[in-house]
Design a protein around this ligand. Structure first.
Ligand code: GTP
Ligand code: SPV
Ligand code: MN
Length: 593
């Protein structure tokens, strides 16, 4: 399929190490993919779902110990530890290669190695990048076929230039042994090695490993940014569309916000939301000096639990055909799928995510989850009813506003605006959020997650903040405005104070009004807060929403946060940009007045 000597030489080397029985090139044809689906059904790797209700849909179950990203097994192998920084796991590249070579040797004996050429971003876009993933998993092939653009056309785009840039990705499922599981990035070598997992984010190497970890490193060197951000277009009644990027940590609402359906009152006025991306943005400065975003992905790898007609109609619609479901529950009555939050009726004849047949209502009433909390759907973006007309635009869309956010029961108000790019970078750098089921480990623990990139930055986090500041200087007065939101504030009884979901539109409108200079704001210790009356609450289902409470700042809680930030920043030593220390000092002084 290619005569590119660099590609072929690398493939020979990997083959010699992994020793597969066969090598199969993925050409991207429907015929080849269909044959692989049939093979996966034959071997039990996938289950074919009800083809009348869910045409082209399949089900896959991963090992019980392999259901989420594994941050403690994820490494950034830069030549020096300092380049990886204090919050990434690090090992010297030579040492890691040697360690992993032992694990990969003979790992594909008796198996087939699939060669998956893929493009992150529309093929031929000046901002797109190419990867080739070698994997011995059909599940990986079929997911990559949804999540990225794959096949011969990608190799044609790469061409035969031996120096053409591509990311070398290797995945071996091996025996899924968690003690030997490694997700390793070698940024200087454009290389990703993953072994002993078969779960989504660990093995679909175009996603977090390439499009964030490797790409963030490339972006620093090449003058662009790779961010954990959704991209949405908000259309007003005049038909004008403005674009917003938002960075929230894993399982904190990106897919939901990207596909938001406005509340009746705003829908009737003519407001609409269009989805460009739900997880990752690549941001470049365009010819007019503004920031432009492309979505490097072609599908959605979305959290299933909580997705319903009511919360995220568009995501649910996206999963009605040609979708792969992972670790949800099966409804055996009609061979369809179910998860917590889909509706209130767990199927009576169910198979829970680990594979046991159960009585759904009883199992559920006993406090068990039928679907794993991090169960997911892999759906083609073109299925989405609100996919943006700009989804394939090779130039991307101009970004008006950048929004940071997380799960904070206390502290962060519903929304505030940073004073300028430097302050906005500080707001992103000091983000914190309660952990979720998207990664292995405890859930609900507040941790600092700068720019929602804690698990995804491919180099020293402090250097990354420096890159943000550099980008701000280049953008100057054309820089997007930076905001922070929190849909997850709780009252003293532990209830969410804000209805969220579609009603988040009301906050987006305030954000765009600020960008257009249409509304005033109140200057506070932490930045600009809305005047409560400037958030349009007309038609809210719950008339008692405490908008004033949602916008209050508890100085004591914030001062505790400042102390935590001081501690957090200290670990970066003299790598911490001075601007970040200045902003922290300013915040502390404001709160201490
Ligand atoms: P990743 O794919 O892991 O990056 O997650 P994500 O950021 O795309 O999160 P997603 O939109 O899938 O939402 C995760 C969970 O948060 C789901 O269970 C949602 O139902 C819930 N959620 C999303 N938006 C809101 C909101 O505005 N309010 C509340 N209370 N919950 C929300
Ligand atoms: C996330 O965890 O942020 C995800 C899912 O989007 S994964 O692909 O597993 O990273
Ligand atoms: Mn994500």
């Amino acid at each position: 399929m290619t005569e590119n000597k660099t590609v072929l030489a690398w493939l020979e080397e990997m083959k010699a190490m992994c020793q597969p029985d066969n090598v199969v090139w993925i050409d991207g044809s429907e015929e080849q993919l269909e044959a692989l689906r049939a093979e996966a059904v034959e071997t039990g790797e996938m289950i074919k779902l009800n083809q009348e209700k869910l045409p082209g849909c399949y089900y896959h179950r991963t090992a019980e110990n392999d259901v989420a990203r594994v941050e403690d097994r994820t490494f950034i192998c830069t030549p020096t530890e300092e380049e990886a920084g204090p919050i990434n796991n690090w090992m010297a590249p030579d040492e890691m290669y040697a360690k992993l070579k032992k694990l990969y040797t003979g790992s594909m004996k008796g198996r087939t190695m699939y060669v998956i050429p893929y493009s992150m971003g529309p093929i031929g876009s000046p901002f797109s990048k190419i990867g080739i993933e070698l994997s011995d998993s059909i599940y990986v092939v079929l997911n990559m076929a949804i999540m990225t653009r794959i096949g011969q056309k990608v190799l044609d785009q790469l061409g035969n230039d031996e120096n053409a840039e591509f990311i070398k990705c290797l995945h071996a499922k091996k025996d899924v042994n968690p003690d030997d599981r490694y997700i390793v990035q070698f940024p200087q070598d454009n290389t990703i090695w993953s072994i002993n997992s078969a779960y989504g984010g660990n093995v679909l190497l175009g996603k977090k490993c390439f499009a964030l970890r490797i790409a963030s490193y490339l972006g620093k060197n090449q003058g662009w940014m790779a961010e954990h951000m959704l991209i949405l277009g908000l259309e007003n009644p005049q038909g004008e569309v403005k674009y917003i990027c938002a960075a929230f940590p894993s399982a904190c609402g990106k897919t939901n916000l990207a596909m938001l359906i406005p509340p009746e009152y705003l829908k009737n006025k003519g407001y609409k939301v269009w989805t460009v991306g739900d997880d990752i943005s690549w941001l470049n400065i365009g010819p007019d000096g503004r920031l432009y975003a492309i979505n490097p992905e072609a599908g959605f790898f979305g959290v299933a639990p909580g997705t319903s007609v009511k919360t995220n109609f568009n995501a649910l619609e996206s999963t009605k055909k040609n979708t792969i479901f992972t670790n949800v529950a099966l409804n055996n009555a009609d061979n369809t799928v179910w998860w917590e939050g889909l509706d209130k009726n767990p199927p009576v004849d169910a198979t829970e995510w680990k594979g046991s047949k159960v009585n759904g209502p009883e199992y559920s009433a006993a406090g068990n989850n039928l679907a794993h909390p991090n169960s997911r759907f892999t759906a083609p973006a073109i299925n989405c009813p609100c996919i943006s007309s700009e989804f394939e635009n090779p130039q991307g869309v101009p970004v008006e506003a950048i929004v940071f956010g997380g799960r904070r029961a206390k502290c962060a108000p519903l929304v505030y605006q940073s004073r300028d790019w430097q302050h906005g970078t500080f707001v992103g750098a000091t983000m914190a959020s309660e952990t979720t089921a998207a990664a292995a480990g405890a859930v609900g623990v507040v941790r600092r997650d700068p720019m929602a990139m804690k698990p995804f930055v491919g180099y020293n986090m402090a250097t990354y903040w420096g890159h943000w500041l550099e980008m701000g200087k280049k953008l100057g007065d054309k820089a997007p405005k930076i905001f922070h939101v929190n849909w997850f504030r709780k009252d003293d009884e532990g209830h969410f104070m804000w209805p969220g979901f579609g009603d988040n539109m009301r906050v987006l409108l305030w954000i765009l009004n600020r960008c257009a200079g249409k509304v005033d704001a109140v200057e506070s210790e932490i930045g600009y807060l809305p005047k409560p009356e400037d958030i349009d609450l007309t038609g809210l289902e719950d008339e008692n929403v405490d908008i004033k409470g949602l916008l209050t700042i508890d100085k004591q809680v914030w001062l505790e946060d400042v102390a935590n930030i001081e501690e957090y920043f200290a670990q970066f030593g003299d790598k911490l940009p001075k601007e970040m220390a200045d902003e922290l000092a300013k915040l502390k002084a404001n709160l201490s007045k």
